[in-house]
Design a protein around this ligand. Sequence first.
Ligand code: NAP
Length: 440
Amino acid sequence: MRHIAIVGSGPAGYYTAEACRNIFGDGGRIDIIDRMPVPFGLIRTGVAPDHQSIKAVSKRYEAVALTDTVRFVGNISVGKDVSIAELVSLYDAVVLATGAPQDRPLGIPGADLPGVVGSAAFVGWYNGHPDYARLNPSLHGTDAVVIGNGNVALDVARILAKTPEEFAGSDIVAHAREALAQSRIRHITLLGRRGPHQIAMTPKELGELGRLERAGPRIDPTDLPDEGADALLEPGQRKSVMLLREFAANPVARPVTIDFDFYAMPVAIEGEGHAQRVVVERTALDEMGRSHGTGEHYAINASLVVSCIGYQTPVIDGVPYEHGRGRFASDEGRILPGLYCVGWARRGPTGTIGTNKPDGLMIAEKIAQDIGEGADKPGRPGLDALLGQRGVDVITFRDWQNIDAEEVARALPGAPREKFTDVEDMVRAAGKLTGQAAAE
Ligand code: NAP
């Protein structure tokens, strides 16, 4: 028997579990461990609440989780309830599928002012991640700056721009729905340190900006490179740039504006006790496409600044780490004997959810090569005994289904669910809280 532990129940974790199940069949036992009492990681708390079709992939993960060979072990904090070394001693292979849940630091003066938040926090807030449910971002001013030209920046700008009615059918959480309904933000600036040809926005997501009820994108046509140069772009990127050209050619007057400010590098955030403006340096690109400051500065008003410049994987003591790249140090997923990484924890925060499928298969094949028939490790019963000794309450997939049913029952008409945003409420809904705590 081979015993596999996967830490993290997001897309990378589930695709790895699926691949291990397919390779080992009944000769493998796979435990997917998560810090949260609820599964699916980024699908639940990263993917935008108004992108329900993307979230539907969790149905596939559910099918994996409901087999005898794969088990969800929720509410277990690796590093606190059980250590990596203990997991490695209990399982033939331990796979870190922990994603990249931390914001890359912006590292400019004023980045710690109130009113400045990272996308992990802001996205976690509107998606009801328990770590960020109390973020309370500043929506009292009229101007927001969103730093970055990737899909996360697009998500953030779109969520800030939408009317309450446009959230119908989404699973945006109540606290965000209510705060955004009161938001006074009317001008959103998307800061890109490079140009239209260098955006990291995909066409489907970019196209949505052109279909908002009260908001419209604005682009300075003089920022666009000569159209002939588009031929050198790969097809997806060319499509995105064509959309930018359409936006530039057809400006619409809407009460909420989303301005693309290209060749614009934030160098400081200023304000008296709170963000009031972003100081920006105009950039130019060298022949390698890298941006360099030109010395020309200007300021953009902003009482909310959301930095969407990418993510990093948290460091775990004793696990080799590549600091410059914000991910575990590995040889294509092999970190140390018995310890692997997959998904964003392996390759950094790039690619779509689907990218994790081949990634999961690759790591499962490496594990199969490395562990053979398994080394008679304790596996599941060993973990259960350890957690039992420590009095740790596990949330199983069946328990999650209780939470799920309650969230669905609480939903607004037409919405898929109303999420719990507090771990204790999740555990209570799972039927796992007893005594006084359950009664409160
Ligand atoms: P990303 O695609 O890597 O974009 C990061 C952006 O931040 C880039 O425009 C980058 O510019 C800019 N940036 C980096 N450091 C900066 C700095 N110091 N100052 C100013 N700008 C800086 O990352 P992401 O948007 O976080 O997305 C992560 C991954 O999730 C991507 O693969 C994305 O496609 C995916 N995602 C997909 C969807 C979807 O499909 N619906 C939604 C959300 C996210 P440079 O290019 O100049 O470095």
